[in-house]
Design a protein around this ligand. Structure first.
Ligand code: SF4
Length: 547
């Protein structure tokens, strides 16, 4: 059965109805608001409900707030000791399972790299009963004595919030006591927000408050940028840095792939912030602009075309012919290999279909790569996106601030008295905008998807299986929790959080890697042999209690 034949069986309205049919009425009403049939009309996209609590009982794809703070934002920082205050179970998924990579840095293997360690206070029952502050203090001291790091970050997990350990006071006291080690804490208890998104916000606030701007030693470079929201999964950041280097662009700091403490501390010296993952890091971009006068633009280095476009945007911002010419020369040098790979692979991937439910920007970024493979994205959504990630930042003033959002601290940032320096005048920014460069703007996922595409927020285990059963995509992309249940349905599944064992997929070389990987997955016959014994001889059956 060809891809086109599969699709004509259903229209999106039927699929939506089918997805929520089994739910009790109240749950169905709630989920219906998180499933949007895309109209892809500018300023006319229907509203989606996002960043709301998962309904209890539903097996969500989301992670907790601590996972977003410790795992996503701080996980890839190589020379900060990331100390988890909590039971050891919370640290399991924080131990490099996201495949963030780092290099040894200028000091080589002798330099500081704590990413391969798992630091935890390993709270026990008695700590929950009598309090864990003493244990935290000892753990900070022990980490300092063993490694003498320049910085220790402390992360609160659920039990810590419940028993009320004052991690901020302990951190402040230890910072004073140690003298040459910046110690600070994150109130990122797992339950703090509706998803890992709250953890990103908490991490951004504290990184900005405790590290950014700490080092005024000048950073050399003609075209200085920060790359925000790039986490060096599978070496993506290495490939982007390779391209920047070729173009003569200085990447002062990546937030936070392959990052160091000093890079964060000098980030205020960049002249432009290039934002990859809008959801996880837009807070830092806004704060850097308000406090230091650095404008930000949205970029995407996932996809060869998207990479070329993003490089051209950066070059346009600096308005320097030398940079514009170098960027064009680099694109011209890199693209023939990409084109050759696409020409070879496209006949085998063209016309196939993909679904993506990942991240808060990733599904959007990877759509570009599937476009390059001639594949159609038939359904997509985010685990922890907000409305602006779907519908664009123009909806920001209309997003209701609910109790869960109010739970996350909003820090007040003002222009720095001595270091605020607008990198471009109002007139310059206006002229650049007239030339097509958009500042502080992101249009979201919806306008980039075809009309009628099903956009689903916080897809869950049940709906994922149902969706695959109904629409039979040629590939499904999400995270580890979904991987095996989807594969058991006979559909290839690619993890776009950790890339399974692959990558990099960013930049020009990454695009070629991705083409090859997807070709291998969607054209393998192995999936058609997936049949569990009970599919042929069903032994168990059941009904829902309300049926
Ligand atoms: S939800 Fe709470 S207990 Fe579970 S991993 Fe997150 S912080 Fe730990």
């Amino acid at each position: 059965m060809g891809a086109a034949e599969k699709l004509v069986q259903w229209n999106p309205t039927d699929i939506k109805a089918e997805l929520i049919k089994k739910y009790p009425p109240k749950v169905a009403r709630k989920r219906a608001k998180q499933i949007m049939i895309n109209e892809a009309l500018e300023n006319g996209t229907p509203e989606i409900t996002a960043n709301v609590r998962t309904i209890p009982g539903i097996i969500t794809m989301r992670g907790c707030t601590y996972a977003g703070c410790k795992g996503v934002i701080m996980g890839p920082t190589r020379d900060i000791v990331n100390l988890v205050h909590g039971p050891i179970g919370c640290s399991f998924y924080a131990w490099l399972t996201r495949r963030n990579q780092t290099d040894a840095g200028p000091e080589g293997p002798a330099g500081e790299n704590f990413m391969n360690y798992c630091f935890s206070t390993d709270m026990q029952d008695q700590d929950i009963i009598f309090g864990g502050e003493k244990k935290l203090e000892q753990a900070i001291q022990e980490a300092y004595d063993l490694f003498h790091p320049k910085s220790i970050a402390v992360f609160a997990t659920c039990p810590v919030g419940l028993i009320g350990d004052d991690i901020h006071t302990i951190s402040r006291q230890m910072k004073e006591k140690l003298g040459d080690c910046n110690v600070y804490a994150f109130s990122c208890e797992g339950y703090k927000g509706v998803s890992q998104s709250a953890g990103h916000h908490i991490a951004n606030n504290q990184v900005f408050r405790h590290i950014v701007g700490e080092n005024d030693e000048p950073v050399e470079g003609k075209y200085k940028i920060n790359l925000l929201g790039e986490y060096n999964i599978g070496g993506d950041g290495f490939e982007i840095d390779r391209i920047f280097k070729k173009c003569g662009i200085t990447n002062v700091s990546t937030f936070s792939g392959n990052s160091t403490y000093e890079q964060f501390a000098t980030a205020h010296q960049a002249d432009l912030n290039a934002v990859m993952c809008h959801r996880s890091i837009n807070y830092v971009a806004d704060m850097l602009e308000t406090k230091f006068g650095i404008p930000w633009i949205k970029v995407n280095f996932i996809g060869a075309e998207a990479t070329a476009k993003s490089l051209r945007k950066i070059a346009a911002y600096f308005e320097d012919q030398e940079l514009i010419d170098t960027v064009e020369a680099v694109i011209a040098e890199e693209m023939p290999d990409v084109d050759a790979a696409a020409t070879e692979i496209l006949p085998r991937t063209g016309g196939k279909t993909a679904m993506m439910f990942v991240g808060g920007s990733r599904a959007h970024h990877y759509k570009e790569l599937f476009d390059e493979l001639g594949m159609k994205t038939i359904s997509a959504g985010y685990e922890f996106g907000h409305r602006d990630d779907y519908e664009g930042r123009r909806v920001l003033p209309h997003i209701k601030v609910d109790a869960d959002s109010r739970n996350i601290e909003e820090i007040v940032v003002e222009a720095d008295e001595t270091r605020f320096s607008p990198r471009k005048s109002e007139e310059e920014l206006k002229a650049l905008e007239e030339g097509g460069l958009k500042f502080k703007d992101y249009e979201g996922l919806a306008p980039d998807l075809e009309e009628g595409t099903l956009i689903i927020d916080d897809l869950n285990q049940y709906e994922a299986e149902k969706l695959v059963e109904l629409m039979k995509p040629d590939i499904f992309c999400a995270g580890i929790k979904e991987k095996f249940s989807i594969q058991k349905l006979g559909v290839p599944m690619k993890q776009l959080h950790s890339y399974d064992s692959g990558g990099p997929y960013a930049g020009f070389k990454g695009a070629i890697n991705f083409y090859k990987e997807i070709d291998r997955l969607v054209n393998s016959r192995v999936w058609s042999y997936m049949k569990a014994p009970w599919q042929e001889n069903p032994q168990l059956s059941g009904t829902y209690v309300w049926e």
